[in-house]
Write a protein that binds this ligand. Structure first.
Ligand code: ATP
Length: 456
């Protein structure tokens, strides 16, 4: 079996969806009412994982780059924003319906032969003509429902950054080149929502807009492509499951001069994870035109030269990154001793910086003071790490439960712990166990996390 087949054989979307539900990563929205299409809820482990992915990105952008600052703009924006951005006019998908089975498709996502023959790829029924369908959710603000009160749920976080660009230059004295980073919700009325949380109507984005002098855009575009690639490497993602895809002329968005996607090999195939776009001066030019405000940059270090900056955008889905991290971490391996060949474990090999629980403390027995000692150790570790405590069932089963939640370290408290103050530290990936003095645990975990290298 090739490595690809082996990978695809193990991590299917069904297995990942079911594990995510079983262990409290992701639930269907409004499940008791039959579920809401295009929306998902993040459970106790899911929200921890999502926060850690967001924190890793935030740190990478703002803490490690002196020239990038953060922003949290409102989801509801002045409706003129979306006229200026081109979304009212251009943010559409081509839609076709089957007259027979009533299935709905994105015309660019079905085989071109089916489209040309106007034949449904599912049932062979007749397809309607292509219609343009705007993906923005529209609602009303205030008590009247007329066109004057129309407002949109933002379909991308980027516009919140552009409309604040002048505020940030003024309040924070930013000088070009500089960037603004933002994480937040976005909404798109997607025609086809399948593959779990891959494409949803409500999702989160992590976007960074980097403002540059026009003639330097290509250099910065290449630089940001390099940095975004290095980021995933640092996150511990399998690099042979990532590749670049350059947008062809027919794929380029209305604002883009050049665009590359970072694609990940999901169980359903290669799909976009993040986009790096050269948006030129389109956005600030349009906002200048629509708002009547002068959004030129004045370069005080260069004879007050004035220009509308070009924008290099890195745009990643946070919820899509979470799906990628789940797929990337998913593994099944045979752990049986000889004679018991069907003993398998499912393990999520998260980087310890991303794992929802860093360390689980497990007393070998509930009795003889072991539970109390384990609780005491957990209380001490809590200050520095996300911890879990589990005292029910055989120790082997408890290890498996933690493996499935992706917990990198288990700390087992036994009778010897009472005598000599040592505990067992078990590593998720290798299942190796070593004895460590309790007093050294906090530091030891810190060292292990820093030195972590994925072995499989
Ligand atoms: P597509 O062509 O697949 O609809 P897009 O090219 O329009 O996506 P962008 O507008 O570039 O996507 O959005 C940037 C990122 O936001 C994507 O790379 C993806 O990670 C995320 N994203 C976009 N749409 C969705 C969605 N409906 N659900 C989840 N994440 C999304």
């Amino acid at each position: 079996m090739s490595e690809l087949q082996e990978y695809l054989g193990k991590a299917t979307m069904e297995k990942i969806t079911s594990l995510a539900k079983r262990r409290g990563f992701v639930f269907q929205s409004s499940e008791i009412y039959g579920g809401q299409n295009g929306a998902w809820d993040y459970g106790p482990l899911g929200i921890e994982l999502k926060n850690r992915i967001a924190n890793a990105w935030w740190k990478e952008m703002t803490q490690l780059n002196d020239d990038i600052v953060g922003l949290d703009a409102a989801i509801l924006m002045h409706p003129r924003t979306w006229e200026a951005s081109g979304h009212v006019e251009n943010f559409t998908d081509p839609l076709v319906d089957c007259k027979k089975c009533k299935s709905r498709f994105r015309a660019d996502m079905i085989p071109q032969e089916s489209l040309a023959a106007k034949k449904c790829p599912d049932c062979g029924g007749e397809l309607t003509d292509i219609r343009k369908f705007n993906l923005m959710f529209k609602t009303h603000i205030g008590p009247t429902e007329d066109t004057a009160s129309t407002i949109y749920l933002r379909p991308e976080t980027a516009q919140g950054i552009y409309v604040n660009y002048r505020n940030i230059i003024q309040s924070n004295r930013m000088k070009i080149p500089f960037g603004i980073a933002q994480i937040g919700k976005a909404f798109r009325n997607e025609i086809v929502t399948k593959n779990f949380i891959f494409r949803t109507c409500e999702f989160e984005q992590m976007e960074m807009q980097y403002f540059v002098k026009p003639s330097t855009d290509v250099v910065w575009f290449n630089e940001w492509r390099k940095r975004r690639w290095a980021y995933y490497e640092k996150l511990g993602v399998k690099m042979d499951h990532l590749r670049w895809h350059q947008h062809g002329p027919d794929e380029l968005a209305h604002y883009a001069k050049d665009a590359y996607d970072i694609e990940y090999l999901f169980p359903m195939g290669w799909r976009e994870l993040e986009g790096v776009h050269n948006r030129t001066d389109y956005d600030l030019g349009r906002h200048t035109q629509f708002s009547g405000k002068d959004l030129q940059y004045i370069d005080q270090d260069n004879n007050n030269e004035r220009y509308i900056p070009y924008i290099i955008e890195t745009s990643a889905g946070l919820t899509r990154n979470l799906l990628m991290i789940l797929c990337d971490a998913y593994d099944e391996e045979q752990v049986a001793e000889k004679g018991n060949e069907d003993d398998w474990r499912t393990v999520l090999r998260f980087h310890p910086n991303l794992a929802p629980v860093t360390a689980a403390v497990l007393p070998l027995m509930k009795k003889d003071g072991l539970a109390e000692l384990a609780q005491d150790i957990r209380a001490e570790l809590k200050e520095d790490y996300a911890t879990d405590y589990d005292q029910s069932g055989a120790i082997g089963r408890r290890y498996r439960r933690q493996d499935e939640a992706g917990t990198p370290f288990c700390i087992t408290v036994d009778y010897q712990s009472k005598e000599d103050g040592t505990v067992t530290l078990r590593f998720r990936d290798s299942m190796e166990q070593i004895r460590v003095p309790r007093a050294e645990l906090t530091d030891r975990l810190r060292q292990e996390i820093k030195a972590y290298k994925r072995i499989k």
